[in-house]
Ligand binder design. Structure first.
Ligand SMILES: [Zn+2]
Length: 302
């Protein structure tokens, strides 16, 4: 396994839990510590990783994790939910539906190499769902759970906003050091999401992957989304497939981001959106990402 994990106290009793290097399946989570209980924000992809998150929280407090928020349904943020058996899990309604329908654990051996070693955790869907927002209270701290929609990284994205601390847990609406990913979301929806994210006025952004950062990450993501949309329009004009468009594309300032093959997945989404074609075929999209990668499964160290 590459890298380790470490916690960062981004405000008093508010932590980011950063797993290195933030590539496929290796996410950043968070937790807010009160005198009697802990609110956790996302779990991890595997039993081992979720256990390590539990241990890290236990280094800070003896209080139990009684509440857990899932920022969206992807397995790197939800598969470890069952490692927190005493917690009530909160999420957007669409997140719960997608957790129940998710097949990623079964397709992973074909797409990623090595595939993550999931461990023995059962599926643990959210208990409490909502469609717009709710506020949780941890001692004196307000944690506003806000849906960013209608469609950005997924159709069930929420952020955790601590107005008193200026800290925004953005989930996978922010990738710091990694390539943003909108295969199950929307490019134009992600641009609209940036407007909603900026409006919080956060001083600290905890992304869904990578180290905490500032709101300048939203400018970076805006450039990336516009870059993908422009490439898709150009490819469509020239009659190229998403894979052909990606193969001919100079990624420029985005070339050094982790998991650059996501350009293929994002182009599949852009093509579907621009042509009004509706849903993307994820199997075809991932097959193209593997082709772009020289026929090799996607690199994974989770
Ligand atoms: Zn995600």
């Amino acid at each position: 396994m590459a890298g380790g994990a470490s916690r960062r106290e981004v405000a008093e009793d508010v932590y980011a839990y950063v797993q290195h290097d933030g590539s496929w399946w290796i996410n950043t989570t968070g937790f807010v510590v009160g005198p009697d209980d802990v609110l956790a924000i996302d779990s991890c992809a595997t039993a081992v990783r979720a256990q390590r998150l539990r241990q890290t929280i236990a280094e800070v407090t003896t209080a139990p994790v009684r509440r857990l928020v899932n920022t969206h349904h992807h397995g790197d943020h939800t598969f470890g939910n069952a490692a927190f058996p005493g917690a009530t899990v909160f999420a957007h309604h669409n997140c719960r539906e997608a957790v129940l329908a998710d097949q990623a654990r079964h397709v992973a051996p074909h797409v990623w190499n090595p595939a993550p070693d999931w461990g023995e955790l059962p599926l643990r869907p959210p208990d409490v769902t909502f469609t717009d927002r709710l506020t949780l209270h941890v001692a004196g701290k307000h944690v506003e759970i806000v849906h960013i929609g209608p469609r950005a990284h997924t159709t069930g994205d929420v952020v955790c906003w601590l107005p008193g601390q200026g800290v925004l847990f953005a989930g996978d609406l922010a990738f710091h050091g990694g390539t943003p990913m909108v295969l199950q979301g929307s490019l134009t929806g992600s641009l609209d999401a940036l407007r909603q994210l900026r409006a919080f006025g956060a001083s600290t952004v905890v992304p869904g992957h990578g180290e905490p950062c500032g709101p300048e990450i939203f400018d970076h993501h805006e450039r990336y989304y516009r870059f993908v949309l422009a490439a898709a329009r150009d490819g469509l004009d020239r009659g190229l497939s998403p894979l052909q468009t990606a193969a001919n594309l100079d990624l420029g300032e985005f070339a050094d981001l982790l998991d650059p093959e996501r350009i293929v997945l994002n182009l599949h989404r852009a093509y579907a959106d621009l042509t009004g074609h509706g849903e993307v075929d994820p199997k075809a999209a991932f097959a193209d990402a593997i082709a772009y990668n020289g026929g090799r499964p996607l690199h994974c160290t989770a």
